[in-house]
Design a protein around this ligand. Structure first.
Ligand code: ADP
Length: 476
């Protein structure tokens, strides 16, 4: 089976969030299942450097007014074949969503190139049976293929995050090469604009999202306006949980950690915690409860709840380490908090892959208070690294963390702490339970860490679920 993935991020070269991790790890896991997966991405400079030597395969002429476009074929260091859409007018920086002015045409061109490869192949004997688009930037790929008609490959779209829908003015219809009669509620139109994600949801043969709970939630208010469309397509929608790339996320072999450890040697986490406290400017106190956040600063992540709970943190002597960047208001409020509580609250603004590993490997707990969380990877990385997750029970967070209720602790099932209401009182109550276990029941705490580390989290089961999903689409 040949499958063409198309999306806009690829770990470790171009990464904004979890999409990059999935775009790198899932093709690898599918290839291990015998699926011939290739990936089409924008020809960002970092990808052109990473995929050398690059072979020009297809000349597409001027696409979407961005000048001459070509499809190049290269290979990632990890061995994954990648096609790059070489069109510098659209893809001259490594920041996928920054150039707001050219986004719709650039990603329209990418979707169009995916459809071209889907229908005509690469001219060198490779033509996919199925085109799998990821998130709004490639939502038009299933639309171009459906509108072009047979013969065409089957199509799938995965929703990694419904909060980003790609809505653009209707006058782009012609520049995007879309026929006017598809500008209807049954087509690409969404409340008077062109909806890239909406188009994918309408035209793809099959839909997935990244956790079973999120697949249910988005049929209601978490659908953020698209719930009607999703209810209409519900028969074709599946929730498949993301996994962890265990070759990247392994505390026993992680070059970023001062000392490797595994679940039988948790005492070896200690130097990592001290190193983290020292380097972030927190008090070097091995017995302090060190809670961390690694997150994009966006409204959906619920970080305002953490800010509201700060007096409670301070009152209970809890240390807080925050790594993230994003909305200016949140950045300013976290910085102010670190000035107000020196030695107790540390904030590192920016994107720092190595520091994220050291946080998962050194903090006692990782806080993920999201309002919506399609899957969430940070809580899974934390579990692998012995940091106990404390999460709001929503989407994939609900599917991956088992709350440490007295019953779950007794039955050896608990892996973390969850709370339901999106408010700081609920967060504080869960933190209070976590603090109590950490301080007063160290053996139970260690058992919690070990269970999280033992959790089956590789990509194998997810890849098998995607394979079954593809087989069903190809039979249809
Ligand atoms: P989302 O995709 O919504 O951002 P996920 O939890 O699915 O959330 O994925 C987030 C990914 O980005 C994880 O790999 C996490 O470690 C990483 N990450 C987020 N913020 C930072 C940061 N400031 N520095 C380094 N890595 C980060």
């Amino acid at each position: 089976m040949r499958v063409l993935f198309t999306g806009t991020e690829l770990f470790p070269h171009v990464k904004v969030g979890g999409l990059a991790d999935v775009m790198a790890a899932l093709p690898k896991a599918l290839r291990a299942q015998g699926v011939d997966v290739r990936v089409l991405l924008p020809g960002y400079p970092a990808l052109k450097r990473a995929a050398v030597p690059l072979e020009p395969l297809v000349a597409l002429g001027d696409l979407m007014g961005g000048g001459e476009a070509r499809i190049l074929l290269g290979r990632c260091p990890a061995g994954l074949p990648i096609y790059l859409l070489d069109q510098p007018a659209f893809f001259h920086t490594d920041t996928p969503y920054a150039a707001a002015g050219t986004l719709p045409l650039g990603f329209g061109a990418l979707s169009w190139a995916a459809a071209h490869l889907g229908r005509h192949g690469d001219g060198h004997g490779w033509c996919p049976d199925l085109v799998h688009a990821h998130d709004w930037p490639t939502g038009l790929a299933p639309a171009y293929l459906a509108l072009a008609g047979a013969p065409r490959p089957r199509t799938a779209l995965t929703i990694h995050n419904l909060a980003y829908q790609g809505l653009f003015p209707a006058d782009l219809l012609v520049p995007l090469g879309l026929p006017e009669d598809c500008f209807t509620p049954g087509g690409v139109e969404f409340y008077g604009r062109i909806g890239f994600l909406k188009a994918g949801l309408m035209y793809a043969d099959g839909l997935t999202t990244v956790s079973p709970t999120y697949a249910q939630e988005i049929l209601g208010p978490a659908g953020l306006g698209l719930e009607g469309v999703l209810q209409h397509r519900n028969g074709s929608l599946r929730g498949i949980l993301n996994g962890v790339d265990e070759s990247v996320w392994d505390p026993a072999r992680d070059p970023h950690l001062p000392r490797p450890f595994d679940r039988d040697h948790l005492e070896a986490r200690r130097p990592g915690k001290l190193d983290l406290q020292r380097s972030l400017g927190l008090q070097e106190a091995p017995e302090a409860f060190l809670v961390a956040v690694v997150s994009r600063f966006a409204g959906e992540k619920g970080l305002d709840l953490v800010l509201e709970a700060l007096p409670w943190f301070a009152g209970h002597g809890i240390q807080l380490a925050v790594l993230g960047q994003g909305e200016a208001d949140l950045e300013a409020r976290f910085l102010a908090a670190s000035r107000l509580h020196p030695g107790q609250v540390a904030v590192h603004l920016g994107y720092d892959e190595a520091l994220s590993h050291r946080i998962y490997g050194g903090a006692d707990a990782l806080l993920v208070p999201s309002r919506h969380e399609p899957c969430g990877l940070t809580q899974m990385y934390a579990m692998r690294y012995g940091a106990v997750p404390l999460v709001r029970a929503t989407g994939g967070l609900a599917d991956t963390v088992t709350d440490a209720t007295p019953e779950a602790l007794k039955a050896d099932r608990a892996t973390g702490f969850t709370f339901l209401e999106p408010d700081s009182a609920a967060l504080e109550a869960a933190l209070g339970r976590a603090l109590g276990l950490f301080r007063d029941h160290p053996a139970a705490w260690t058992a919690l860490q070990r269970r999280g580390m033992a959790r089956e989290a590789g990509w194998g089961p997810s890849a098998r679920a995607y394979l079954a999903f593809y087989e069903k689409l190809l039979r249809a």
